[in-house]
Write a protein that binds this ligand. Structure first.
Ligand code: FES
Length: 165
């Protein structure tokens, strides 16, 4: 391994790959095919990109204000870092299992396997029309029943008595 390269190991030690020293952790993971959640695009405001550091925490860049603002000064307890704000300066081992569960890839696979129902626009429009017709029929039925029962009570008129009378 050359001096310019560092190793990132995906905990629990199943896969590893080399990246340029000083690479952003999230970018390095994504470029090597790992799905990392992100809602803010890497500007330290969503905290979706959190990874757990299992080993080599001293080989990461120091936490700066944007990251500390979001996570607090509790790395020594949680071992969490924002992958979008962390530079890899040496060998590290990271746990990204949280991201695998929610990966877009998985959602896409679910869609393909049929666990997510995809309907054509015409079918959705037809179903919507049918629901509207059923709702209107139900309403008319309810309205006629109310009429038979004498529903829709009118408010009783009230009169103000003159105090002199
Ligand atoms: S991607 Fe949003 S905080 Fe890192």
């Amino acid at each position: 391994m050359s001096e310019d390269k560092v190793k990132i190991t995906i905990w629990p030690e199943t896969q590893s790959f080399e990246v340029e020293k000083g690479a952003k952790l999230m970018t390095a993971l994504k470029e090597n095919g790992y799905e990392i959640n992100s809602s803010c695009g890497g500007c330290a405001s969503c905290s979706d990109c959190i990874v757990l550091i299992k080993a080599g925490e001293d080989n990461l860049s120091a936490q700066e204000f944007p990251e500390l603002k979001l996570l607090g000064n509790v790395f020594h307890i949680t071992k969490e870092r924002l992958s979008c704000q962390t530079l890899v300066l040496g060998d590290v081992s990271v746990d990204i299992s949280k991201h695998k569960d929610k990966s877009i890839k998985k959602k896409f696979e679910q869609k393909k396997s049929g666990s997510v129902v995809v309907k054509k626009r015409e079918v959705v429009e037809q179903e919507t029309k049918e629901k509207e017709v059923a709702r209107e029929e139900k309403y008319q039925k309810w309205k006629s029943e109310q009429g038979n029962k004498g529903g829709f009570k009118k408010a009783k008129p009230f009169f103000i008595k003159d105090s002199d009378e």
